[in-house]
Design a protein around this ligand. Structure first.
Ligand code: SAM
Length: 288
């Protein structure tokens, strides 16, 4: 089938299959072939690439990915979309449709199973998605903290969340999500996307980001769970000083004072001014 990424074809398909786009599942379908091409191009796909798409919807992005990559594995939660997908992806024999909730999928196991190889020999693969907005943060946490063999992710997200992922210390957008994303990846903006390229139109603008996974995390920590607990504690009470915010960890104030002094951090600073290395230094010291 020709590209489904036009308003006319998408509407016709939705009507023909009796579909009602579900807000609760973040169903905003791309109806602009130019944007679809730009997203796929950002992933720099070639015949040697395996790409996992989260939420193929009606297949707008899937069609373009299939034209460029060696293999596309598309995970869709909504079975009602499968009849439409079978039509838009007819003849694309390098696409595997998987019914399921991406939040619960072990991506490495899925890809290795489809490639028919052991997980230990799994080459890296890419993830590309126009993400359903309601799962943006949990899916990111799942993809990054599971340490799957992902080389890079090209993701369309709500602009506001995208700016949080990119934010540097000091700004209002900087928070725990910035630290998690930048700990595991190097994020960059690919393009801004207006609401008008979707059917139905969402309430907010979007941003396409490319996250290149680091071979080693941005800073060295002994215990990642504890590092992220420190980060979350610092941002949970943004108006407090770092000293008072870290008390919620259940550590003695005197210990926190010592850790801050060791890292050369003024205890009156706010968490949102601290860089990743400073968080790492605090967490290393507090653990001893
Ligand atoms: N890729 C299509 C496009 O760009 O037109 C559709 C994108 S739409 C924003 C998000 C898609 O993700 C929908 O098809 C929705 O049903 C699906 N989805 C929602 N939650 C999901 C989940 N937990 N796991 C897998 N797919 C999900």
């Amino acid at each position: 089938m020709d590209s489904v990424a036009t308003p006319g074809r998408t509407l016709a398909l939705v009507r023909e299959k009796g579909l009602v786009p579900r807000k609760s599942r973040g169903q905003n379908f791309l109806v602009d072939a130019n944007i679809v091409r730009k997203i796929a191009r950002a992933a720099e796909l070639g015949p040697g690439d395996t790409v996992v798409e989260i939420g193929p919807g009606l297949g707008a992005l899937t069609q373009e990915l299939a034209a460029r990559a060696g293999l596309v594995i598309a995970i869709e939660i909504d079975r009602e979309l499968f009849a439409a997908l079978e039509e838009t992806l007819a003849g694309r024999d390098n696409v595997r449709l998987v019914a399921g909730d991406a939040l619960k999928v072990d991506f490495d196991r899925l890809v290795a199973g489809i490639l028919g190889i052991g997980e230990g020999r799994l080459p890296t693969y890419k993830v590309v998605a126009n993400l359903p907005y309601y799962i943006t943060t949990p899916i990111l946490i799942h993809l990054l903290t599971s340490r799957f063999r992902i080389a890079e992710l090209v993701l369309m997200v709500q602009a506001e969340v995208g700016y949080r992922m990119l934010a540097r210390p000091g700004g209002k957008d900087y928070g725990a999500l910035s630290v998690v994303v930048q700990y595991y990846t190097e994020p960059a903006v690919v393009l801004k996307v207006p609401r008008t390229v979707f059917y139905p139109q969402p309430e907010v603008e979007s941003l396409v980001l490319k996250l290149t996974c680091r071979t080693r995390p941005a800073v060295q920590v002994e215990d990642e769970d504890f590092f992220f607990r420190v980060v979350r504690a610092a941002f949970n009470q943004r108006r407090k000083t770092i000293l008072n915010a870290l008390v919620s960890l259940g550590v003695e104030k005197s210990e926190i004072m010592k850790a801050l002094a060791g890292a050369g951090i003024d205890p009156r600073r706010r968490g949102e001014t601290l860089g990743m290395e400073e968080f790492a230094s605090i967490s290393r010291t507090l653990q001893h």
